[in-house]
Design a protein around this ligand. Structure first.
Ligand SMILES: [Zn+2]
Length: 438
């Protein structure tokens, strides 16, 4: 974008006279912003810094020192022979009325047999004038997250992506960074991390809580200000407890979740015992599991409520069939008259009659075929068309008597039909009638 205003012309002119960074900054960035890795298999390690290979016998707790270049390596078990890393860092400078933030991208290419190849590019500068007016100058940030094109004025677009594409969150600020006195007095310095400095400046100069967080070096909480500031305000009493106890919140997302869990369990959110856990992750996970169990239990309670209601309906439904039975020489068929009877039948024949709440099916009648009082098969008869829908024995299998049982039911189907037509009145079910066994 071509410079249009006087300010844009001024910034673009200044930016062309800024000194390139020195070798020392590049070396610092290489040390701090990139990882030293070794890719190991059972027998060997490749040092991704010098490309040499050595025996994996010297690995200790996933760490090793390369005998060729003496680099301390973090060992990953992988057959990979190539690697690529990328990161952002920044330097703050002061130029006349401007606070300047310079952003750099550092790349490294690693390959077995080769020295690491590192490149550093300056990609963007943010010029913040003392009246708060911001001008950005730099390369074009493409949709593929690469930087290119000419060095010119850059403005965020209107779409969501392009609104954010020139807002950077550098991994580190170089220790020689210089901040204007008015920002330093609010506590801003190069130690700030994970935060966009312009957000931080805007926040610390306007919101007292943000300034307090910077001074307490609670950077993880500070980074929350940009998009979830309501959390900070809402949890401020607990945050104060952390600061008083010199407890640093390292993962703000998890910590806020954890506080929500504490609140769920009615814990005191002003008590350091709760809000400053030694092992945040562990406590968070413990409470999460506890909450899940509690929810499962309350589901269980609502299931019981439903069962009680189903049983009320069943009692009304079954009244007209009470006492209904018929038999031939050896087999007797009876109606299952209570939910208890469903449970007993299910336990004897090891089927899902009770678990699947057959007693709540008012379109069916459930009968039990018995020999010498012992259940043999359970029969479901449709009350819509008076057909036998199923008849099942132990483990849902048919028995030798199956055909005989179905025949017997069909011979007596009119008894069922007549009973179904009966009008009945039932006293309402009392709570003590409810069958507890599940
Ligand atoms: Zn090496």
């Amino acid at each position: 974008m071509k410079p249009r205003t006087k300010l844009e012309h001024e910034v673009l002119r200044y930016s062309k006279y800024i000194n390139p960074i020195g070798k020392d900054v590049k070396e610092w960035a290489f040390d701090v912003c990139l990882e030293r890795k070794g890719f190991a298999t059972k027998n060997r390690v490749i040092c991704m810094d010098c490309g040499e290979t050595f025996s994996s016998a010297i690995i200790k707790r996933k760490r090793a020192v390369c005998p060729h270049c003496e680099t301390k390596l973090k060992v990953e078990y992988s057959r990979k022979r190539k690697d690529f890393q990328k990161n952002y860092f920044a330097i703050a400078e002061v130029h006349e009325r401007f606070q300047l933030i310079r952003y750099f991208e550092i790349f490294s290419r690693h390959k077995k047999g080769n020295d690491v190849d590192v490149s550093v590019y300056e990609i963007l500068q943010e010029w913040l004038r003392d009246d708060g007016k911001l001008t950005r100058v730099g390369n074009l940030h493409t949709n593929f997250d690469s930087w290119g094109g000419d060095w010119s004025i850059r403005k965020p677009g209107r779409t969501y992506y392009s609104h954010w594409k020139y807002k950077l969150y550098p991994y580190r600020y170089h220790p020689k960074s210089k901040f204007k006195k008015e920002y330093r007095k609010h506590g801003l310095d190069h130690k700030i991390r994970g935060v966009n400095i312009l957000d931080a400046i805007k926040n610390v100069t306007t919101i007292p809580q943000a300034e307090t967080l910077v001074k307490a070096k609670q950077y993880a909480l500070l980074s929350h200000f940009s998009d979830r500031s309501q959390n900070i305000f809402y949890r401020w009493p607990s945050i104060k407890i952390c600061m008083r106890n010199r407890y640093k919140v390292k993962d703000a997302g998890i910590w806020f979740d954890y506080l929500d869990l504490l609140e769920y369990f009615n814990k005191d959110l002003r008590n350091a015992k709760y809000v400053c856990p030694k092992d945040l992750k562990k406590e968070h996970d413990r409470l999460m599991v506890k909450k899940q169990l509690r929810i499962a239990k309350s589901n269980e309670e609502s299931r019981k409520k439903k069962a009680l209601n189903d049983q009320r309906i069943f009692k009304k439904h079954i009244a007209r069939f009470k006492g209904l039975k018929f038999s031939n020489n050896s087999i007797e068929v009876v109606v299952l008259e209570s939910v208890d009877a469903f449970l007993e039948e299910s336990e004897t024949l090891k089927h899902c009659l009770f678990t699947n709440e057959y007693y709540s099916r008012t379109e069916s009648l459930i009968l039990s075929a018995r020999i010498d009082g012992q259940p043999i098969e359970t029969i479901e008869v449709s009350l819509n068309n008076f057909k036998v829908l199923q008849s099942r024995g132990l483990h849902n299998n048919p028995t030798d008597h199956h055909e005989q049982i179905v025949k017997l039911v069909n011979q007596n189907i009119d008894k069922i039909r007549n009973a179904a037509r009966r009008e009945t009145k039932v006293k309402s079910l009392k709570k003590r009638d409810y069958v507890e066994a599940v």
